[in-house]
Design a binder for this molecule. Structure first.
Ligand SMILES: [Zn+2]
Length: 451
């Protein structure tokens, strides 16, 4: 038996009460007790952690990311989404398994250091003959020690078919579906405490044929896995969708069977009231990526209206090439500020943003019974933030300190009760190794492009 007891922290359970001086007990990877004051029944031999001066939250859930973009940060800094994509594809089409191993190591390590315990990674670049990219990613995330939700992406509309990516980077319809099915076979674990899940995730309706969208939905539903894609990110996308399909992206998604409780959509910035009502009625989740949306000038997601309608909303950092910030706690900050810039100071509270970064994301990933809250029976994925120091010590409300202030020092990060970060340092791979892996991936990719 392995047991951990944390006492004296401000415990934000997210799903229920907060305990300003509370305790949490975890045994063999699951939470067994939470409440006010010291733990009444601490297991003998448990590791005891003094949480005074700290905020304890669920481990953060990153509901949308592209880890491979670690290798191409900072490029096309003033481009629109479509300009940025066209420029980036000319680099990304040289990706291989070695680059992805490096970017996954760096990206998941960075996320863990920002309090994230579950990473949903949307990977849709599969150039032919470049190694087993999916296996490289799964292995690297496992070494770092975070849970991986691998949204196996795909594209089948190259430039010769009116799409944005070069033909060399897209798959055939059959190849995309077969590759996705193989990823489910090899890596999807439906177990309660799974470290790896796989979702079916064509890149976006504008880079994928109608047949791939519908085939992907059939595949996911036949295999009992979830569906993910980008939708309604920019005005350009809406104009393209209206011109080609005669409807909005949300209407197009619904026609193709792409709204439902087993679907979550990245961005969803440009939604009408009617689209929000349909998304809410169907139980579709939204991964809100405020930094990326601002960096690319895409617009501001209508989070206030989505939450009011009852839509499950998570937070995503999106790819590091359009969100060099790349930390979930930073997205909490951005989500609050951007919602308020749009709709006033009551538009989104610190606690609503924390909910999005934890239980909201877990709902998007179909794991709300396992992750995203501190409650008995759930997985012991926990983040212990120091909030009595220089940057936060004069803010009395620790949740406000987390959301409004700079990212607090991370004292401890547990995944399934096991420490992945302690006192700001990784316990699995070293920060230095992760940084070198990311740098090497950048160098290798750019050398491949020059060849
Ligand atoms: Zn994205």
């Amino acid at each position: 038996m392995s047991a951990v007891v944390i006492e004296g922290a401000h415990v934000a359970t997210v799903s229920g009460a907060e305990y300003p001086d509370g305790h949490v007990v975890a045994v063999d990877g699951r939470i067994t007790a939470v409440g006010a004051g010291p733990a009444p029944d601490a297991p003998a031999g448990a590791r005891r952690i003094d949480g005074r001066g700290h905020l304890l939250t669920p481990g953060l859930v990153n509901s949308h990311n592209h880890l491979y973009q670690w290798a191409t940060q900072g490029l096309f800094a003033d481009a629109t989404l479509f300009e940025w994509l066209v420029g980036s594809y000319d680099i990304w089409h040289r990706l291989d398994a070695e680059v992805v191993a490096g970017t996954t190591t760096a990206g998941t390590a960075w996320l863990a250091l920002s309090g994230c315990t579950t990473v949903s990674d949307h990977h849709y670049i599969f150039p032919a003959g470049r190694g087993d990219i999916v296996a490289a990613e799964v292995e690297a995330a496992r070494r770092v020690g975070v849970r991986l939700d691998l949204a196996r992406g795909s594209m089948d509309r190259g430039r010769s078919s009116g799409g944005l990516p070069p033909d060399a980077v897209v798959e055939t319809l059959d190849g995309a579906l077969a590759g996705t099915s193989a990823a489910i076979d090899a890596h999807h674990d439906p177990a309660f405490d799974a470290m790896t899940r796989v979702a079916v995730a064509p890149c976006s309706p504008f880079s994928v044929s109608r047949e791939l969208m519908t085939g992907a939905a059939e595949l996911a539903r036949s295999r009992g896995v979830r569906l993910h894609t980008h939708l309604a990110e920019t005005v350009d996308e809406e104009e393209q969708c209206r011109a080609e399909f005669g409807c909005t992206p949300a209407e197009y998604a619904e026609k193709l069977g792409w709204l439902g409780e087993d679907v979550w959509l990245a961005h969803a910035v440009h939604l009408s009231d009617a689209a929000i009502a349909r998304i809410a009625a169907t139980g579709t989740g939204i991964a809100h990526c405020p930094t990326s949306n601002a960096r690319l000038g895409a617009g501001i997601c209508r989070t206030t209206e989505l939450l009011a309608a009852g839509v499950p909303v998570g937070l995503g950092v999106d790819g590091p090439a359009s969100s060099e910030l790349s930390g979930v706690v930073g997205e909490i900050h951005q989500a609050v500020l951007m919602a308020r810039a749009r709709k006033g100071p009551q538009a989104l509270s610190a606690r609503q943003a924390l909910h999005m970064a934890t239980l909201g994301g877990a709902r998007c990933l179909g794991r709300a019974d396992e992750l995203g809250a501190i409650a008995p029976g759930r997985l012991a994925d926990l983040a212990l933030w120091r909030v009595d120091g220089f940057g936060h010590g004069v803010v009395d409300d620790p949740v406000v300190a987390l959301a409004f202030g700079p990212p607090p020092p991370l004292e401890l990060l547990l995944v399934g009760g096991s420490p992945v970060v302690e006192r700001g340092e990784l316990r699995t791979v070293s920060s230095g190794e992760a940084a070198r892996a990311g740098r090497a991936a950048h160098t290798r990719l750019l050398q491949e492009v020059d060849r």
